[in-house]
Design a binder for this molecule. Structure first.
Ligand SMILES: Nc1nc2c(c(=O)[nH]1)N[C@H]1C(S)=C(S)[C@@H](COP(=O)(O)O)O[C@H]1N2
Ligand SMILES: [Mo]
Length: 261
């Protein structure tokens, strides 16, 4: 597909890097890495290294070779919280990323926007932005990791998704919460229920203590710090609680739907 982005890092063959890293990883981390799709993003997640050139690729491999199993088991544990960071660690400016330029990002007028709620929920009433802003909010400073080989630390404030799912009477035994976005070409992302209920998974309304800017998904995005960047849908217009796997923008192009811890 022409829209599929490639991992282009000067002086680095990403495929080879992933292969080399897999060789260095001790089991059971290697098995998990391969089962999880053996991506550059997973490597970034493991090491905390941004691969931007051959030098950083080299230091990533060095770091992996020093890992012990205990460290890796901790990093891949789905029941663990994602690491949080101090204010001083926030990346400024925070990168914008989508499959188009910022000028083409959805420009949503709050007055016209509602969040549609569908599927296995008791109350399908759509939510206005004001209503969402009146719900209890929490702030997190966590790392966002993109499969394209970069990562950045940001500050996100919003409503726990698990709280919202409770409010709407969602069937928590369902397999997925599926998100639809306002992008001109469409953007969808399925989230497994365990991750939807994770305490750090958030309906984000603010970024860096300001109203969520257009670049980062105004008026609402889903922040999942235990997952890779593409599992964090921006410009969300609908959520559906469902047992059916409905696919997603990147998932349909071969990225592992689990893509996280
Ligand atoms: N609606 C929508 N959400 C999206 C994307 C997108 O193109 N459209 N890109 C994803 C990817 S791949 C990344 S890395 C992050 C980027 O978020 P940021 O612009 O806040 O850095 O958004 C994710 N969510
Ligand atoms: Mo990404």
């Amino acid at each position: 597909m022409s829209r599929k982005r490639r991992f282009i890092i000067p002086g680095v063959d990403s495929k080879l890097l992933v292969k080399d890293a897999a060789k260095l990883l001790p089991n059971p981390a290697r098995r998990r890495f391969i089962a999880g799709g053996a991506s550059l993003g997973a490597l970034t997640l493991l090491t905390g290294c941004d691969v931007t050139d051959s030098f950083s690729a080299e230091s990533m491999l060095t770091r992996i070779s020093k890992f012990n199993d205990a460290v890796q088991a901790a990093l891949f544990d789905p029941n663990k919280l994602a690491p949080t960071y101090p204010e001083s660690a926030i990346t400024r400016p925070f990168p914008f990323n989508a499959y188009y330029a910022l000028d083409d990002a959805p420009d949503i007028d709050a007055a016209d926007w509602t969040l549609e709620v569908r599927g296995l929920v008791d109350n399908k009433k759509p939510w206005t932005l004001d209503e969402l802003h009146r719900l209890p909010m929490e702030r997190q400073i966590t790392r966002h990791i993109c499969v394209e080989g970069w990562s950045a630390i940001g500050s996100w404030t919003g409503v726990r998704l698990s709280h919202f799912l409770q409010l709407i009477g969602a069937d928590m035994r369902a397999k997925y919460v599926w998100f639809n976005c306002a992008d001109y070409d469409g953007y969808n992302s399925p989230l497994d229920m365990a991750s939807a209920l994770h305490p750090q998974t958030q309906m984000t309304l603010r970024f860096d203590n300001e109203i969520l800017p257009r670049a980062y998904g105004y008026p609402m995005k889903i922040r999942v710090p235990t997952k890779l960047g593409f599992k964090n849908p921006k410009y969300v217009i609908a959520m559906e609680v469902t047992n059916d796997y409905k696919g997603g923008y990147w998932e349909d192009q071969g990225y592992n739907s689990f893509s996280g811890s």
